[in-house]
Design a protein around this ligand. Structure first.
Ligand SMILES: Cc1cc2nc3c(=O)[nH]c(=O)nc-3n(C[C@H](O)[C@H](O)[C@H](O)COP(=O)(O)OP(=O)(O)OC[C@H]3O[C@@H](n4cnc5c(N)ncnc54)[C@H](O)[C@@H]3O)c2cc1C
Length: 350
């Protein structure tokens, strides 16, 4: 088989990671001989494997957490480090192993920071479509383990939709490879999907084959303010009824806008009681955004439209900074609810 078109060494792809201070190096566990299972010692000492085989040398149990240098990870379920649990620090497994512009795929280790993969793909006119608001600090391994959504999921889906295949180490030390490298792959059980969102309970993800997409030729961002959150929700239902299909649709309520204002010194709350952020991309972006604006005019108190990337980033900052801003006010508990699009306004009223 010919070598992939584009191999990129870690040094070229992860400069920020190289300069990140790391915890004191610990002796990595020894990989077991092929065909043998890992020993089952129990320890709370963090292990810092740097290759796919090294997690085999540590016992993996349900409920392990991964830690990275520099921050306490945002464990969604807030699970504490239990006594006797195994802690794996995967920050050293942070290489983009392969990036193929022709196949539009990347093979990465789990400690790669989400935004860094997107930046690296951008050098080839590609992007990693899932865009969780935590992209600047979250890892691909964590995104997969939580099946993270993201701002662009309205059009591009969640992490699972960008994932083609995985390498993982199971609890008994067995290495498994699941999935494919091609866009189509319909035979057999969907073990990649099973591992996705399993929050580390089924195994340690040691590498992932991810689908990349071309950076859209055109992107238009729309920001609309409403007097109340319910009016914003009604506008979203109206967009759905009008068959407008944005890549992103994020509706923020008054308390969130107030928290962002307090933390960031903005004045969003003075503009209204809710903010709807839309982004349309691709060749028909301008026409799609026009249709959205026509639809919103009857509901919103003001509407802004921009095709300027810097201005778009400024508008989207309100959404990206929402959680850190709320966290300044105390411990935040997030509950996801899912409702049919047509019932969104009714769900908000209830
Ligand atoms: C500021 C902020 C914004 C966010 N925005 C969004 C958003 O827009 N959309 C969204 O869906 N979510 C969002 N989240 C939640 C987000 O999805 C998760 O925090 C993130 O994907 C987890 O990645 P992480 O690297 O921080 O993982 P960690 O917090 O380190 O780990 C999360 C879980 O994954 C497991 N895990 C980690 N690595 C592996 C591995 N290699 N193999 C097996 N299991 C592993 C851990 O054991 C743990 O159970 C946000 C979180 C924060 C803090």
């Amino acid at each position: 088989m010919p070598p992939p078109r584009c191999w990129r060494p870690c040094a070229a792809t992860c400069p920020a990671r190289r300069s990140t201070p790391r915890p004191p190096a610990r002796t990595p566990p020894t990989a077991p001989a092929a065909g043998r299972r890992a020993s089952r010692s129990r320890s709370s000492t963090p292990h810092t494997p740097s290759t796919s085989r090294q997690p085999c040398g540590t016992p993996t149990t349900c409920g392990y957490r991964s830690y990275r240098a520099g921050r306490e990870p945002g464990c969604p379920e807030g699970r504490a480090r239990a006594r006797g649990s195994v802690v794996l620090d995967l920050s050293r497994m942070n290489r983009v192993l392969e990036l193929s512009p022709e196949e539009q795929i990347a093979v990465v280790e789990p400690g790669v920071i989400t935004a860094e993969l997107d930046r690296t793909a951008g050098e080839f006119g590609l992007r990693y479509a899932p865009d969780p608001a935590s992209a600047a600090i979250s890892t691909i391994g964590g995104n997969i383990a939580t099946n993270a959504g993201g701002l662009r999921c309205a059009k591009y889906g969640v992490t699972r939709d960008a994932l083609l295949g995985l390498d993982a180490v199971l609890a008994d030390g067995t290495l498994v490879r699941t999935g494919r490298r091609t866009v189509k792959g319909v035979t057999g059980y969907d073990l990649t999907g099973l591992l996705t969102g399993s929050e580390g309970t089924l195994g340690v993800i040691t590498s992932a084959t991810l689908r990349l997409r071309p950076v859209p030729e055109e992107t238009v961002t729309v920001a609309a303010y409403f007097t109340t959150f319910a009016e914003g929700a009604e506008a979203v239902s109206a967009l759905t009824a009008a068959r407008v299909e944005p890549a992103m649709a994020e509706l923020l309520d008054g308390p969130v806008l107030g928290a962002v204002d307090d933390a960031q010194g903005t004045a969003l709350r003075s503009r209204g009681g809710a903010l709807l952020l839309l982004q349309c991309d691709g060749r028909g972006a301008a026409a799609e955004a026009d249709a959205a604006v026509r639809c919103l005019r009857g509901h919103a108190t003001s509407v802004e439209v921009t095709g300027d990337p810097a201005e778009a980033d400024r508008l989207l900052a309100a959404r990206r900074l929402a959680l850190p801003s709320l966290e300044r006010l105390g411990r935040v508990l997030i509950e996801d609810i899912a409702v049919p699009r047509s019932r969104l306004a009714a769900a908000v009223r209830e």
